[in-house]
Design a protein around this ligand. Structure first.
Ligand code: ZN
Length: 200
């Protein structure tokens, strides 16, 4: 029989999921509530779905306070949401940087389009500020070969990440990075629930 994955319920909506599919929060030594994206920080954890709305709801309904028996300092909801997003972006960025180092990234509009036309395996990442025409063309071509597509970061930041000039799109090519990046990107998109976060 397969080993059962440990499960937890979201303190906001009560949905029960494997721990790895939820967001973990812990108390820092100063009792501030902090997101623990790797699920490795010591101490008691409280879990929510990977959804901005569940984090907001848990704060609004004082469920974090209950989970930590009143002994926790809570940040304002928008600050906590920004923290989670920031940590998620940092994780995705570090995986992309590793994939780049390993030579598993194709970038530049023409190179990306070439790759897409060949129908090979990969994950397409487009910058949020890609020009709509180019973006639409790349996405359509990617969908034809059932490639997963994600919107992430800006042209400027993607370029900097790859050590290049502006990059509006990149592909993570077939490698050990594919699953982990797909998974992290999926969580990120899920958390945002289709809405952007204002930077502040
Ligand atoms: Zn939930």
């Amino acid at each position: 029989m397969p080993k059962e994955l440990p499960q937890r319920s979201c303190i906001a909506c009560r949905q029960v999921l494997p721990k790895a599919s939820l967001l973990r929060f812990v108390q820092a030594p100063d009792l501030t509530l902090v997101p623990d994206l790797q699920g490795k920080l010591p101490g008691r954890g409280a879990y929510t779905c990977v959804k901005r709305s569940c984090v907001q709801q848990a704060l609004a309904r004082k469920q974090f306070s209950r989970a930590f028996k009143g002994n926790v300092t809570l940040p304002p909801a928008d600050e906590l949401v920004r923290q989670v997003v920031g940590f998620m972006e940092a994780r995705v960025t570090s995986y992309l940087a590793l994939a780049n180092k390993a030579g598993k990234i194709v970038s530049g509009n023409e190179q990306v389009m070439d790759f897409l036309r060949k129908g090979k395996k990969g994950v397409l990442v487009v910058a949020s500020d890609i020009s709509p025409d180019i973006g639409e063309k790349l996405l359509q071509t990617a969908r034809r070969s059932n490639m997963d597509c994600f919107s992430f970061s800006t042209k400027d930041a993607l370029g900097a990440l790859l050590g290049k000039g502006l990059r509006s799109a990149l592909i993570v090519t077939e490698s050990g990075f594919l699953d982990v990046i797909r998974n992290e990107m999926g969580k990120y998109r899920n958390f945002l629930e289709g809405g952007a976060i204002e930077n502040g």
